[in-house]
Write a protein that binds this ligand. Structure first.
Ligand code: CP3
Length: 344
């Protein structure tokens, strides 16, 4: 198996810098549309054979060094008892937002096999089919990011309802976060038992918090999940705090083996701050994939240069690849990362 990705996560030497791409299984690939045209997004997440098929597409088509299971961060949340819809052009919607104690009390903790068996089955199929290729990444949302969807009822601009609850009803907020944290830790341990070889915790919206609010309202819950994972497994844990340049020092205390870094920060400063305490993942601007090939190559070389001195670097974009991307540019990026980073 190509274990370059796992070695880099652990800070071990590699022959070249491994790469995978956030949202690599998705709408920029025509092969994804071929599957998705026949079925809704949530049905796709709940059909293990098809979910496994689209997870493998980017491995075969663009040549990445890891596969990520196809699902969504909101899939386990639905099974806590909060009905979920994905609406065309609008994205995820929870028609009954969680804003009082009675609503929090009604939420349950799903059992990975009994309630989320389709995810566990996707993992098992993928491990079988990927055996001789690349490692498999499992994932979840981080509690803060998941809470924003439940409290706001969907995506948000300024997270008004979330911050109102944090500031004016902290006990309510914390009881919701405790439940989401328990659900997430249980879910990730289920994925690990089913066979994932790394997990990434996506904190997509945490960058809207000030450093003291991050310390009080988000980080303790991420740390608790990582502590629970480490009690049962030694697989690498990646924590991606999007827009989190001011949160890196604190994120290091979460216990994550790898910190995912968005594109708004120069990796050389991250390498200094992290100082060998974690591997780093990132961080090319996803829209750099719209540059002509010669300029794209310069951007890739710059990211590789800035990451020098890191104890482990996994190349990635600073956030998800956008649906309008030309798959050929994604393939070229993988080829160039491998070529430019090769150590001989
Ligand atoms: O390839 C992969 O990375 C695996 C699959 C994956 C999806 N979502 C598939 C998806 C992963 C890891 C996610 C994570 C996810 N989902 C995040 C964290 C990552 C990030 O981008 O910050 C978030 C915030 C979500 C919630 C979510 N799901 C939103 C806001 C949307 C709608 C907006 C959008 O990008 O379309 C989704 C839908 C979604 N999740 C799609 C895919 C492929 C598009 C659905 C479709 O096919 O119509």
């Amino acid at each position: 198996m190509n274990d370059t990705f796992l070695r880099a996560c652990k800070g071990q030497e590699t022959d070249y810098t491994p790469i995978w791409i956030m949202r690599q299984a998705g709408r920029y690939l025509p092969a994804y549309h071929t599957v998705r045209d026949k079925i809704t997004f949530l049905e796709l997440c709940k059909t293990p054979e098809l979910a496994a098929e689209v997870s493998i597409q980017p491995v075969d088509i663009i040549g990445v060094d890891a596969a990520i299971m196809f699902s969504d961060i909101l899939v386990p949340i639905e099974k806590m008892g909060a009905p979920l819809e994905f609406r065309e052009k609008q994205g995820p919607v929870f028609p009954s937002p969680i804003r009082d104690q009675a609503a929090v009390d009604r939420l349950g903790i799903p059992d990975p096999e009994d309630d989320l068996g389709y995810v566990m089955e996707t993992v098992r199929i993928l491990r079988r089919e990927l055996k001789d290729k690349v490692p498999l990444i499992g994932f979840s949302g981080a509690p803060f990011t998941l809470a924003t969807y439940l409290i706001e009822g969907g995506s948000s601009r300024n997270f008004l309802n979330t911050k109102m609850m944090m500031y004016n009803a902290p006990e309510l907020y914390k009881s919701l976060m405790d439940k989401i944290t328990e659900c997430t830790a249980t879910y990730l341990k289920g994925q690990i038992a089913a066979g994932v070889q790394t997990v990434q915790i996506f904190d997509s919206w945490v960058g809207v918090l000030s450093p003291p609010d991050f310390a009080e309202f988000a980080l303790p819950y991420v740390s608790r999940i990582i502590r629970e994972i480490k009690e049962v497994s030694d697989i690498p844990v990646i924590y991606f705090a999007n827009n989190g340049a001011t949160l890196i020092d604190q994120s290091l205390t979460s216990g994550a083996d790898v910190l995912g870094i968005d594109w708004r920060v120069n990796l050389s400063s991250v390498v200094k701050t992290v100082n060998g305490r974690a591997a780093i993942q990132g961080n090319m601007d996803p829209l750099a994939l719209f540059l002509p090939p010669d300029k794209l190559e310069k951007r890739i070389a710059a990211v590789l240069r800035e990451a020098r001195g890191a104890k482990g670097h996994i190349f990635n974009l600073g956030h998800g690849i956008v649906p309008q991307t030309d798959p050929e540019k994604a393939r070229l990026t993988v080829e160039l990362v491998h070529k430019l980073s090769r150590r001989d």
